[in-house]
Design a protein around this ligand. Sequence first.
Ligand code: NAI
Ligand code: MG
Length: 366
Amino acid sequence: TNPSLLILPGDGIGPEVMAEVRKIIDWYGAKRDMAFDVSEDLVGGAAYDKHGTPLHDDTMAKAQEVDAVLLGAVGGPKYDDLDFSVKPERGLLRLRKEMDLFANLRPAQCFDALADFSSLKKDVVAGLDIMIVRELTSGIYFGEPRGIIEEGNERVGINTQRYTESEIARVAKAAFELARRRGNKVCSMEKANVMESGILWRDVVTEVHQAEYSDVELSHMYADAGAMQLCRWPKQFDVIVCDNLFGDILSDTAAMLTGSLGMLPSASLGAPMANGRPKALYEPVHGSAPDIAGQGKANPIACILSFAMALRYSFDQGAEADRLEQAVETVLAQGLRTADLAGEEGVTPVNTSEMGDAIVAALEAS
Ligand code: NAI
Ligand code: MG
């Protein structure tokens, strides 16, 4: 049977960029004899409009069954005043929570043709290819107790950083597994100098390394120093693993080393299913971009590269993922730019669909 893929385009530019991914999926089916069983459904505001909920139970059930979920983006001004419980982003949060997607993979990759686009010096970013693995389901964003309480005559805001050994071990394993398929190097970042959870983090990562992954090179760094090193010389890293809070900040920092939001893919992985594939949700880092929605200005590359990650991590098609990434490099090298990438270079931008067509043509030629 064919591998199965659930597509959730969502809101704003989500459906626009997903339409370009569909062209690529169709190309693989027609030209590479790699057919996927694709189903499509609603998420976010689009689901709320139809069902009164940002994620229907049937959609949730389908997401649990398929080999991979590919999501566009959710949200928009139309939904800003909705009750918290039915806001578009609750649909996405429910997917992450119920699929237990504990490892968030955020690559920071610099395409040669865009090296000038970075705010850093060209030689610092040219050829950059690193991966940040962020723990996504625990840590200070979820820890109890939390809240704002009255104490004496003032208010106190409380959050708790809490990590169990098993939560640390599973994300560490995910990082080591990834490193074996890449540059074989992991740098674990925490603040073991000032945080108890940081001490445990360093201990558990070290234990997992010694027990199962001693072939992978492991180093440790305090997260603040890590942020500095990321901006100074990012090519020293291969895989970086860190907790939810540090990963949130470090992955956004790393992302901006390489340029536009319209270029950044991500994956969120959970435990292996019965068929050995991990539970998986792939999505661009960007949101629904209401400021440009409906105008054909959206850059589809982030969503296309998210599909490339699905090829690599869900469907064991690493060579095809390489081919697709190369096709993106090719069209960029040809000078094609969507509006988000064109600004500083003064070139005439192509629209969303033209960019998608050009990537399909580059695939065809490869
Ligand atoms: P955003 O990522 O949607 O847009 C930020 C800026 O980047 C905008 O100027 C936008 O035009 C530009 N941009 C983003 N993606 C682009 C692309 N593919 N091509 C060209 N330009 C692109 O973030 P913003 O404006 O803060 O949020 C807009 C809506 O999206 C909100 O409702 C927010 O809640 C939602 N959102 C959803 C996310 C998701 O679905 N994972 C993530 C972030 C925001
Ligand atoms: Mg963030």
